[in-house]
Design a protein around this ligand. Structure first.
Ligand SMILES: Cc1cc2nc3c(=O)[nH]c(=O)nc-3n(C[C@H](O)[C@H](O)[C@H](O)COP(=O)(O)OP(=O)(O)OC[C@H]3O[C@@H](n4cnc5c(N)ncnc54)[C@H](O)[C@@H]3O)c2cc1C
Length: 411
């Protein structure tokens, strides 16, 4: 056991732990910081994030609006975002020669669309600050002892630390460490996933996308509704509307064993009567064309053909359709029910909801209210965002607050 305690031992060399350590080192040069990482490769998720492009944050600079992207943490993040928010991260990256660009939907990526740009920036900055990431160093236990912390790793080594930053992401091992220090843990459940649907409506239509659709689900606790783009996959439904729904309903869906019925509104902006009226006009003006060939603007042609087949009118000419058949098609566009059973991982991004309850943490310093000297950053906390760069922003903001508070308190 080394006799000189580290000023900071960061457990977890992911996004939050690395950034928190850098911020502490930059704010207080000479601070003795070390990072302990269980796997053989730090920053793995940054590397693979956003399909290898790293959606590093989201261009939303109003903290009051930004917090609305966090199903868990929206109330508590209001203060932290007023201290370090996406514009601050973009500026921090710029100061470290990483330039970013913003896509139309607000997602921010490094110029060049290479996640390695971010990884290399962090790696170089750590090296300048002489902060080492020790790989294959999984931590099994932490314990306070005479004003410092003892950090036990899986190799039998013990480190002494004045302060700990626990940044272990959604890993159960990290939750165990927090629980060992006296914290309660909100049971983790996955967020940002797609649901599995086997239904004749979607069969063979993988790849079809909708620019704007409303998905609703009535869970045992609450009802959920999200509007946005969606995509038919080989397994069911994906895309931003689905992922947002899975985030807001994460716990209710877990409690329902990922079984239920989704309601799809293909024309979210119109009432049923308006759809019926417009569809009637379209069908009347198409006269002798077969109904699948009518110019229905709201859904991809192949889905419209499928709806006509399911409604048993695919072989009819528009002029032969009766009032009831037109009504039935309008109703399907207004609201179609699809049963789902099970979930699949979204390859682009997934996160864990649950973790250390925020009421047990000082959200100005990210220090534990239960175990002084223990700080938290990132996904280990009961915070998660919808897809679009919000989850990394949580890592940067909570990492910044933890790193700054530790630097401020160091003598
Ligand atoms: C495939 C994928 C793509 C994603 N893409 C995006 C994206 O584009 N934009 C976005 O905003 N979010 C994205 N996310 C989410 C984002 O990656 C996470 O929210 C973020 O990485 C959380 O940071 P973290 O540091 O808290 O946790 P992590 O990045 O998970 O880091 C935790 C680290 O702690 C280590 N660790 C765990 N237990 C121990 C222990 N006992 N001892 C030592 N080390 C330990 C782990 O090995 C890991 O390296 C993506 C997630 C996935 C899975």
């Amino acid at each position: 056991m080394s006799t000189e305690p580290w000023d900071v031992v960061t457990i977890g060399g992911g996004a939050a732990g690395t950034f928190a350590s850098i911020i502490a080192g930059e704010a207080r040069p000479g601070l003795r910081v070390t990072i302990l990482e269980a796997t053989g490769q730090p920053l793995t998720k940054v590397r693979i994030s956003g399909g290898g492009r790293c959606n590093v944050t989201h261009r939303e600079f109003d903290p009051a609006v930004l917090v609305q992207a966090y199903p868990r943490g929206h109330r508590e993040l209001r203060g932290p975002f007023s201290r370090f928010q996406p514009s601050d991260m973009i500026e921090w990256l710029k100061q470290h020669r990483v330039y970013t660009h913003t896509e139309d939907d607000g997602r921010v990526f490094p110029v060049g669309d290479e996640s390695m740009t971010i990884v290399n920036c962090f790696r170089d900055t750590l090296s300048k600050l002489q902060i080492r990431t020790n790989i294959r160093t999984g931590i099994s236990r932490i314990e306070p002892s005479g004003g410092i912390w003892l950090v036990h790793d899986n190799n039998g080594q013990i480190l002494q630390a004045r302060r700990i930053i626990l940044a272990t992401g959604g890993s159960p091992q990290g939750h165990k460490l927090a629980a060992g220090a006296g914290h309660s843990i909100i049971s983790p459940v996955p967020s940002l996933f797609t649901v599995n649907i086997k239904d004749p409506l979607l069969e063979g239509l993988a790849g079809l996308s909708f620019p704007n659709i409303r998905l609703s689900w009535k869970g045992p606790e609450s009802s959920y509704s999200q509007t946005g783009p969606a995509l038919i996959t080989h397994w069911g439904l994906s895309g931003p509307a689905m992922l947002k729904l899975s985030a807001w309903a994460a716990r209710d869906l877990a409690n329902s064993s990922y079984q239920g019925t989704l309601n799809l509104a293909f024309v979210p902006d119109l009432q049923k009567e308006e759809i019926l009226h417009t569809l009637g006009d379209i069908i009347r003006s198409a006269t002798t064309r077969k109904i699948p060939n009518a110019d229905v603007p709201w859904v991809p042609k192949r889905l419209w053909e499928r709806l006509c087949t399911i409604k048993g009118c695919a072989d009819l000419r528009c002029c032969d359709l009766n009032k009831g058949q037109i009504q039935s098609l309008a109703e399907a566009l207004f609201a179609t029910e699809l049963p789902f059973d099970g979930k699949s991982n979204n390859k682009e991004e997934f996160v864990t909801a649950g973790g250390v309850p925020l009421r047990e943490v000082n959200m100005k310093t990210m220090e534990s209210r239960i175990a002084p000297g223990l700080h938290f950053a990132g996904e280990v906390l009961d915070i998660d965002g919808i897809t679009g760069g919000y989850n990394f922003q949580n890592a940067w903001t909570t990492g910044y607050l933890a790193g700054t508070a530790i630097a401020d308190s160091a003598t």
